[in-house]
Ligand binder design. Structure first.
Ligand SMILES: [Mg+2]
Length: 444
């Protein structure tokens, strides 16, 4: 008797929202009232092992219903598929989803549909790592370089990065892996914190949190800027006074400016020695970033959390438009596309400092940076993962920060699993928190 191979039986989606706008956590110049949300997906199987694949997109509130619907639209590609085949080759699913011609019309490879693809592809990687009994960073770092290359879609980037280039980078990146892995397990991966710098916080709260960040071992903090120049000068002076000269302060405008304003504003803040200016303008404006970079040096230019795909990253690198490349675990088409982006960054020698925060983005992206360190870039110099200290307790294996460093997670998977009780409470609009909240609003 042959056992029937395990299949995907369901793609369950959940609209999970947290009421973060009430504390101004996460407030910046473009997003004054975010409700941090996850369009969450669970891939279920008929395998007796009970292992599910978990993934999500991060949104900031009302867009979440659109995002959840987009994930649902991908379900026919998943249901009935062999679990073994999916886990052995997540790239095959990635290509099928990107190639769905009717859905591709909505992109291609950008926006809501592409983020939905990222969520389900990441869920497959979560399942693959769980079934391998490995945290994803370790699965990737020890994977055969040829197999990793097979996971990358080189379409539209092969003029700049060929499969042969990628193989060379991954083979060379392997040297010294064992030593680096022991350093990683001992020390962790450096982080920086954005928690002191939200735009809605008072100067007193900024000072207190900035000092706390230094006491907690962080060597870099970040401030939101771009709403009012006089306020920004005062806030940056306040932050610099709180942390002293040895600590890096990055600033983040969240796409607020035109090119000229970005240059003027950054120049006006240069006296406080900002380390990088993040998202000075539209993430689509490659040449604009190059112009800004030339004008504001030595302040570095960083972007990436809203960069929609590997092609835009390729052009940002080709145009010498960025000093710091900020991958996001849940914006592009999942791990496969982020492998392409990490390889592009390695080829150009540009450091990767991931965007994180939101809901669960720290949990996910740490795996990609740890892979990058172990098996590609080989260094953590000038590389830091963003850290924001909220909403971690909703995950079954939350990130663990020690002395300003991300501790390497040892739980098998992609650290994407949200606690079932959190989903039950914050599912919108019928979870227990929102049902009570909405009833209260009606009563008032
Ligand atoms: Mg940012």
């Amino acid at each position: 008797m042959t056992a029937t191979p395990a299949r995907i039986t369901a793609v369950d989606t959940f609209d999970v929202r947290f009421p973060t706008s009430r504390e101004l956590d996460g407030s910046d110049a473009m997003n004054p009232d975010p409700d941090y949300s996850a369009a969450y997906v669970i891939l279920r199987t008929d395998d007796g092992d009970g292992l599910e694949g978990h993934g999500f997109c991060f949104t900031i509130g009302r867009g979440n219903d659109v995002q959840v619907a987009a994930i649902g639209a991908l379900s026919p590609h998943l249901v009935g598929r062999s679990v073994d085949e999916l886990c052995a080759d997540p790239g095959s699913l990635n290509r099928d989803l990107i190639g769905d011609s009717q859905l591709r019309w909505l992109g291609p490879e950008k926006g809501v549909m592409h983020m939905a693809i990222g969520a389900v592809v990441n869920a497959v990687w979560d399942m693959a790592a769980k079934r391998a009994g490995q945290p994803l960073w370790r699965l990737l770092a020890h994977a055969d370089p040829e197999w990793l290359v097979s996971q990358v879609d080189f379409r539209y980037i092969a003029d700049t990065l060929t499969p042969e280039d990628a193989l060379t980078l991954l083979r060379e990146g392997r040297a010294g892996l064992a030593e680096r892995e022991s350093v990683l397990l001992e020390r962790g991966y450096p982080g920086y914190t954005t928690s002191p710098g939200w735009l809605g916080y008072s100067d007193e709260k900024l000072t207190r949190l900035a000092k706390q960040a230094v006491a907690d071992g962080f060597t870099q903090i970040k401030l939101k800027v771009g709403a009012d120049l006089d306020d920004d000068i005062r806030r940056l002076r306040t932050a610099r006074a709180a942390v002293g000269d040895g600590i890096r302060i990055a600033i983040d405008a969240n796409q607020r400016w035109n090119i000229g304003e970005a240059i003027e504003w950054t120049t006006a803040l240069a006296a406080f020695d900002p380390y990088w200016i993040e998202e000075p303008t539209s993430p689509d404006d490659i040449l604009g970033h190059a112009t800004i970079r030339e004008a504001v040096a030595p302040v570095r230019v960083a972007t990436g959390e809203h960069v929609q795909n590997r092609i835009i990253f390729k052009q940002l690198l080709q145009a010498d438009a960025i000093d710091v490349l900020q991958i996001d675990s849940a914006r592009v088409g999942g791990v496969n596309e982020n492998l392409a982006i990490l390889l592009l960054a390695a080829k150009f020698g540009v450091p990767v400092c991931p965007h994180a925060g939101g809901v669960g983005l720290c949990e996910l992206v740490q795996h990609l940076s740890m892979f990058d360190y172990l098996a590609l870039s080989g260094t953590t110099e000038n590389r830091v993962i963003e850290y924001v200290d909220h909403l971690h307790d909703h995950f079954t294996a939350p990130v663990l920060i020690r002395d300003g460093h991300y501790t390497a997670p040892l739980t098998p998977g992609f650290s994407a699993t949200m606690r079932p009780e959190s989903i039950d409470a914050y599912r919108y609009p019928d979870g227990s928190f929102w049902a009570a909240d909405l009833a209260g609003q009606e009563g008032a």
